[in-house]
Design a binder for this molecule. Structure first.
Ligand SMILES: Cc1ncc(C[n+]2csc(CCOP(=O)(O)OP(=O)(O)O)c2C)c(N)n1
Ligand SMILES: [Mg+2]
Length: 377
């Protein structure tokens, strides 16, 4: 497969377990499917809006865009049980609020972070989960079942393995979905952790967001096989390949992996083929336009996850022509998209989070020395 194509067909799954006749998506209701569509818009709007906020001078820090990769986050998270665990990393910022979001985005008791918490974190404010010690994805929450993200690529997979071992010993039946880039699959800890999980049949689903680039390194210089999922054979576990532009294909493959784990059969790898829309971070945008051929960028972004999802819903009869034409975010960058290109509830939801972050104070200076040593509170 060419690097820029960013697609994969269901038939290419390298697992011995074929796609069942009744796919997991076939059990989704019309409301579920429309909710999934709205969540894809939400993840896109988060990205577009933060880029705009930074350009307007209202936000500092590096942005790691998940533009063009939203279907992976939404598709992988939608079918999880509330108390399942996840471990997002730098390119998965929306995952922190998409977890357990279901149909009620503002439910206070859900197992995911609120949009207020996530925005306060992005803005580095006192009300952020990380209490402004760091910004972006360096957060986690034991109570919300989100493993703390660190910069060490693949570093959360062994944590997930340990966690799932503990969960089993405690009589639980949770699954942990870890998110990783294809670059992280070259790390020693990736192999060690998945091997351990395979030997002990731990419920760890390793989602690999194969966006073809690890910073400035193309896939073929970091991975000797064209499909990361092929590595699963070496651990004796299933390796699924999903079309990362198609939220329903991601949903199917992740749910098959989750089901496999839930039955006590252990871990899987789910490789989602996609393409990184921008630079590694926004500091890298200009360079990425030089080290990646223009044709590759155009091709890799051709199948916008919003458009792929829209067409599926139209084919199912869940979206009529008028409804399908309402919002035009598809294919647009932050410079081109406006609020009118997104459903109003998506815009309102993020507005609330941003307002909260802007009014949240900067942390007090004394905060810096707290929690270095054990404290009572
Ligand atoms: C162990 C380790 N080595 C190197 C880095 C530096 N680094 C940060 S992100 C990155 C590229 C990651 O690429 P990939 O895993 O494909 O994820 P993507 O950014 O494409 O989503 C690198 C090399 C790191 N954070 N950790
Ligand atoms: Mg990558």
């Amino acid at each position: 497969m060419s690097r820029a194509s960013g697609t994969a067909s269901s038939e290419k799954a390298t697992t011995s377990r074929d796609v069942p006749q009744l796919r997991p998506r076939d059990l989704l209701s019309k409301d579920d499917c429309l909710e999934i569509f709205k969540q894809v818009y939400l993840a896109r709007y988060f990205d577009v809006r933060l880029i705009k906020e930074k350009r307007r001078g209202r936000l500092k820090g590096t942005l790691y865009s998940s533009h063009n990769q939203e279907a992976i986050l939404v598709g992988a998270l939608f079918g999880l049980e509330s108390n399942d665990w996840i471990s997002p990393i730098h390119r998965d910022m929306p995952a922190f609020f998409l977890k357990d979001i279901k149909g009620d985005w503002r439910r206070p008791d859900r197992f995911g972070m609120s949009i207020n918490e996530v925005c306060a974190q992005v803005w580095g404010k006192a009300d952020s989960p990380g209490r402004a010690r760091d910004n972006w994805s360096h957060i986690g929450s034991r109570s919300k079942h989100i493993i703390h993200s660190t910069s060490m690529l693949a570093g959360t997979i062994p944590v997930a393995a340990g966690l799932m071992y503990a969960d089993r010993l405690n009589g639980g039946n949770a699954v942990c979905v870890t998110f990783n880039g294809e670059g992280s699959t070259a790390q020693g800890i990736f192999h060690e952790a998945i091997n351990y999980a395979a030997v002990h049949k731990l419920s760890v689903v390793t989602v690999v967001e194969n966006n073809q680039w690890a910073y400035g390194t193309p896939m073929e210089l970091g991975c000797p096989t064209s499909d990361v999922a092929d590595r699963a054979k070496g651990y004796g576990i299933p390796g699924f390949i999903a079309d990362g532009q198609d939220v329903f294909d991601v949903y199917d493959k992740v749910m098959m992996a989750v089901e496999h784990a839930r039955k006590g059969n252990g871990p899987s790898i789910v490789e989602c083929k996609t393409f990184r829309a921008y630079g590694h971070g926004d500091h890298d945008d200009d360079r990425a336009n030089k080290y990646r051929p223009q044709e590759e960028i155009v091709k890799g972004r051709q199948r916008d996850p919003i458009g792929v999802c829209r067409r599926t819903l139209m084919a199912l009869g869940y979206l009529g022509d008028d409804a399908a034409e309402l919002y035009h975010a598809e294919g647009k960058n932050a410079t081109e998209a406006t609020n009118e290109d997104f459903p109003p509830e998506v815009v309102d939801f993020l507005n609330e989070g941003i307002e909260f972050a802007l009014q949240s104070p900067l942390p007090a200076a004394e905060e810096a020395g707290r929690w270095v040593f054990k404290e009572d509170n």
